[in-house]
Write a protein that binds this ligand. Structure first.
Ligand code: 5AD
Ligand code: SF4
Length: 453
């Protein structure tokens, strides 16, 4: 039987989709190339903004038509499952709004997916929904990863969030903060390295709030975990995302100066540069405390580059508040950033605030902010022209002989090599000479042996 998974949203969903494929492989599902030939389609969904959630309903409409037409033409049936954060937030309501959905499964319950599918295959008139936060951890019940992730892999170490920013659905959809035990993380990392992984990005909604139980029963924070991971032979690069400014403790900052495998790049969302807005967002940090962290990070690791998330048009955001955000951006200087118009999310405190900002104003602010952020990204990339840097190649590019990888600062780096050499270079960290920066990355040539030495 064939399975097609479509993933929306964050890296954690990408990780979860791979693990769902593992769960379903254990009951006989292999990959389908498209929904057309799938017996089961899983939409792994995102609820963070309205647009992301709405996409799911239009996709469900298309899938229903596809299934009806296929059956009418004498073809096979298709089970439709909705997983992820829309599933968690809407539960059985989702099946009322979209009756074509056979299965609803939340992000903490997908280890039970094979049972749900088996029951449905026996009784096609049933519906299945599981949005529990079960007492057992899904990680204890998941099968081994069946497919190597490749040279650059993701590893979920922490999930959920207890911070309750007033705009955000994550504490409701992903639940309370939970850290996987140290041993479990180390074992998974070692397995990845044996499969050829050289770079691991540790994932968590609040990854730097990590507090995992160590073998001795003591609790380790993220810096302790990173130091241990750095001792794994063959693991050359470590990253982590997403961090919260409140949990950026001194030990973790110090790790940037004394763990060479920890890459000099940090995603540290600030959301706004206005103290008033940060307070109403319940962020638990202000503009100055963000600046202080950035200073400390840069003195620990002078070549550290930062990326961030921004929300414009949070309820009550004035021109002066927005100017404070623009000012923060100019002060810090970001290598990359994501920016969004505030999207009211059902059930979150900010959604019911009176002073919602008009869409038009949000769009204007967003485009002004993005102009500056794009400019900063381009000049960060351009500043590397003529420099040498190391790239971990992880895939082939579109053109023959083109290979693509990441610099230490996560810049997508395109290099052209003789076609016969391309395969050998994938999975290798190789020095390159940067010819020029591009808006979204670097164009480089492979360094010669003398240049590498
Ligand atoms: N509206 C707009 N952006 C949001 N984000 C989270 N919730 C919302 C919302 N309601 C953004 C934040 C967060 C990123 C993952 O998504 O910037 O850091
Ligand atoms: Fe959402 Fe805030 Fe938690 Fe991040 S820290 S997941 S923005 S509630």
């Amino acid at each position: 039987m064939k399975l097609f998974i479509k993933t929306y949203g964050c890296q954690m969903n990408v990780y979860d989709s791979a693990r769902m494929a593992d769960v379903l492989a254990s009951v006989g599902f292999g990959p389908a190339v498209s929904p057309d030939d799938a017996d089961l389609v899983v939409l792994n969904t995102c609820h963070i903004r309205e647009k992301a959630a709405e996409k799911v309903y239009s996709e469900l409409g298309r899938l229903k038509i596809l299934r009806d037409e296929r059956i009418a033409a004498g073809g096979k049936d298709m089970l439709i499952a909705v997983a992820g954060c829309v599933a968690q937030a809407e539960g059985q309501e989702l099946q009322k709004r979209a009756p074509a959905v056979d299965i609803v499964v939340g992000p903490q319950a997908y280890h039970r997916l094979s049972g749900m599918v088996s029951r449905l295959l026996k009784n096609r008139d049933q519906r299945e929904a599981d949005t529990d936060f079960p007492p057992e951890s899904k990680f204890d019940s998941l099968p081994e990863e069946s497919k190597p992730q490749g040279p650059a892999a993701f590893l979920t170490i922490q999930e959920g969030c207890d911070k309750f920013c007033t705009f955000c659905v994550v504490p409701y959809t992903r639940g309370a903060e939970f850290s996987r035990p140290v041993q479990e993380v180390i074992a998974e990392a070692k397995k990845l390295v044996l499969q050829g992984t050289r770079e691991i990005t540790l994932l968590g909604q609040n990854v730097n709030a990590y507090h995992g139980e160590s073998p001795s029963g003591s609790i380790w924070d993220l810096s302790g975990l990173i130091r241990e991971l750095a001792t794994i032979d063959g693991l050359n690069r470590i990253r982590f995302t997403t961090s919260h400014p409140r949990d950026m403790n001194d030990d973790l900052i110090k790790a940037f100066s004394d763990v060479p495998a920890l890459m000099p790049y940090l995603h540290l969302p600030v959301q706004s540069g206005s103290d008033g807005i940060l307070k109403r967002m319940n962020r638990g940090h202000n503009r100055d405390s963000y600046f202080t962290i950035v200073e400390k990070l840069r003195s620990a690791r002078p070549d550290l580059a930062l990326s961030s998330d921004f929300i414009v048009g949070f309820p009550g955001e004035t021109n002066a508040d927005f100017d404070a955000t623009m000012d923060l951006v100019k002060n810090v200087g970001f290598a990359q950033a994501y920016s969004f118009k505030y999207s009211p999310r059902p059930g979150t405190p900010a959604a019911s605030q009176a002073e919602q900002v008009p869409e038009k104003l949000k769009s204007e602010r967003l485009s002004r902010l993005q102009d500056v952020l794009n400019e900063q990204q381009y000049s960060f990339n351009n500043a590397m022209s003529g420099c040498f840097t190391d790239v971990l190649f992880d895939r082939k590019g579109r053109k023959p002989g083109q290979i693509v990888g990441r610099s230490p600062w996560l810049q997508a780096t395109h290099v052209e090599v003789p076609e016969a050499e391309a395969d050998n270079l994938i999975g290798q960290i190789h020095r390159v000479h940067v010819n020029r920066g591009a808006p979204n990355g670097l164009i480089a040539t492979l360094a010669s042996d003398e240049e590498v030495a």
